[in-house]
Each structure stands twice: as structure tokens, then as C-alpha cells.
Design a protein around this ligand. Sequence first.
Ligand SMILES: Cc1cc2nc3c(=O)[nH]c(=O)nc-3n(C[C@H](O)[C@H](O)[C@H](O)COP(=O)(O)O)c2cc1C
Length: 366
Amino acid sequence: MHTPQLFTPFKVGSLTLDNRIVIAPMCQYSAENGATTDWHLLHLGTLALSGAALLTIEATAVLPEGRITYADVGLWDDVTEAALARTLKGVRRYGLMPIGIQLAHAGRKASSDLPWKGGAQIPPTHGNGWQTVAPSALTFDPKDNPPLALDAQGLARVREAFAEAARRAGRLGLDFVQVHAAHGYLLHEFLSPLSNQRNDEYGGSLENRMRFPLEIYDAVRAAFPADKPVTVRVSGTDWVDGGWDIEQTIAFAKALEARGCDAIHVSSGGLSPAQKIPVGPSYQVPLARAVKAAVKMPVVAVGLITDYEQADAIIGTGDADLIALARTILYDPRWPWHAAAALGAKVKAPPQYLRSQPSRYRDLFI
Ligand SMILES: Cc1cc2nc3c(=O)[nH]c(=O)nc-3n(C[C@H](O)[C@H](O)[C@H](O)COP(=O)(O)O)c2cc1C
């Protein structure tokens, strides 16, 4: 039987993936002081049974002030590490795929309210709010409290926090780390000339703007077990004239590849409220394709990939090596089963669920 491209195995560094479907990181805003809760056990547990090849834990703050909201997951001390260890124990006991974590710092977009409470920034003078930091004292929204521009000591604190969180991730036995350099958060703020107006060695030229994110990559790589992948998520463009764009993304991807980066995940936007995003099916795939043409490391495409044939075609045409799902798999946590059934492939399922297979799809499960 011909195996659809979406269900062919693939290697990212030392990790062998069963198929090309990865679960994108998704903040749940359900942590308590950075500690994961039973919600994460339910949520990650469900996704770990979905038949996808890889699970990425949500944006996990390396410092308390690096959280988007007060309910974000963190990995900055022994308490947050112990909470995640408990969650992982439950998920791993029954889960069927490798698990990684996205390490993040929200920069000037930190100190926000929960999305379902409007998501506006909370001023540092209010409960659940704090002073944000960024490359430059420039707000995301004119209504926001201006961030403090990081000085040398502040930069060192962030670097050390990423390294320390990567060490904790290694201790937790996580299978990979993804460095979050997308969506207008701290590392993307260094990359984009719209948010980085420094006049030291971290601002100005493209080389200077890439310097801090590359230092973070190096710090994480050095702190995480050498035999496990470290990947990076980028925004391929700000969708704003004069901002970060695909040419700069390609330069960044090449610099990461030269440092041994194991994969690059190409998303977009999030840096500026002025963004004009041409939202539609596969709208970010051209960005992934452009990066893929310039590097040899694996490339992940994401964004409104909802149909089985659409996903299979992205892999089949070589636009990307892997596709990531976020809303699609929240909406339908058995999407990989349904894709396998529609395309004529097989997926892993837990033995408890083997009897679920409709008779018209005999042999769906491995
Ligand atoms: C509920 C939710 C939470 C998200 N949290 C994160 C996150 O923690 N880190 C991140 O890089 N992107 C995050 N995203 C963006 C997704 O990973 C993904 O890039 C985006 O939703 C587009 O893919 P989709 O069309 O399959 O949803 C989030 C998206 C959603 C819907």
C-alpha cells in the first residue's frame, strides 16, 4: 500500500517521529504561580493520545516577568519544575509520543490579562501586573505601560534564565526544547527593527539584532543534553513595511543552522498592531517554503492547516518537512486518526481505544 507523505516517518536530530504531524505550543492560561495544574494533565494527556508525532508544551516562561499573563506556565524554580514533573509523569504514563517544551520570554507583551478577560495589558500598579522589559522602551500598544530597556545586567539575567530553564527541561527528561523567537515576544522584539532601536551591539544592523536571540540559542543548546534537539520558532515576517521580513528570517535561519539548530518552525506576525495578515488556508506555508529553499535543517509549516489532503500536499510538494496544528487539533483531538483514515494510513492508538475503529477503516491502528 502507498503510504501518504503525511504518514511517513521523519527524523529531527536524534528523535524519530512516526509521522509529519506535530502539535504546536498552545498557552492554556491555567497555571498557578507558574506551576502546571490538573488542567495541563487533562489537556496534554488528551493531545498525547491523538496520533500526532510530537507534542510541544505551551510557551513556558523562563522568568516570572517573562509570562504573557499571570496564569502562564513557568520553569524558573524548583516549585515550577516539580509541578511539571508531576504533570509529565501522568502524561508519559499513557502518552504515545515524544514531548518537548517551548521556552519563552514575553518581553513587552508580558503582564497581560487572560484572553477570555480581554487580554489587555495590566499596569504594574495593579494586582497580577508587573513592569515589562524589552530591547527598547517602546510599547506594543500606545496604551501600554512602556517597557524598561534591558541593560547589560538585564540581558545576562535573561540569558542565564533561558539556560537554567533548559537545564531543568533536561532534568525533566523532555525530548526537545523549542526556543520561542516568534509572535512579538522578547526575542522577536530584538530581531525586528520596529521594536529594537538600540544603539549598542544588540541593535541597528541585522547582525546586531540577531545577536541576542543567537546568544539565547547558544545558551539553551549548551544547557540542554547534547543528544537531544533544540529547535527555534520564528515569525517569518511582521506583515508591516519596514519590519522583520522573510529575507531577514532566512539570514537568521542560516545563522541558526550554522550553530547546529535541529529544526525551524515558521510562523508569522505578532509584533505590531499595524500588521496586515492575509489570513487563509496555508497562509504561512509560503514563508516555510522560502526558508526550506535556503537551509537543510527540517522546516515546520503552521497556520490554518485543517484538511487532510492539504496537509499531505504540503509535505508531498516539499514545502515543509512537518506540519504543526494548533486550533485544528484543539477542535478535533483525533485529527491524526481521521487524517489517517481518509488518506489510507495507520496511527498509534492506546489499547483501551482499539475497539473504537469503525469497521470501514479496518487496520487504522498500528
Ligand atoms: C489557544 C492558543 C494558544 C497558543 N499559544 C501559543 C504558544 O504558547 N506559543 C506559540 O508559539 N504559539 C501559540 N499559539 C499559536 C499556535 O501555536 C499556532 O501558531 C497558530 O494558532 C496557527 O496555527 P492553527 O491555525 O493550527 O491554529 C497559540 C494558539 C492558540 C489557538
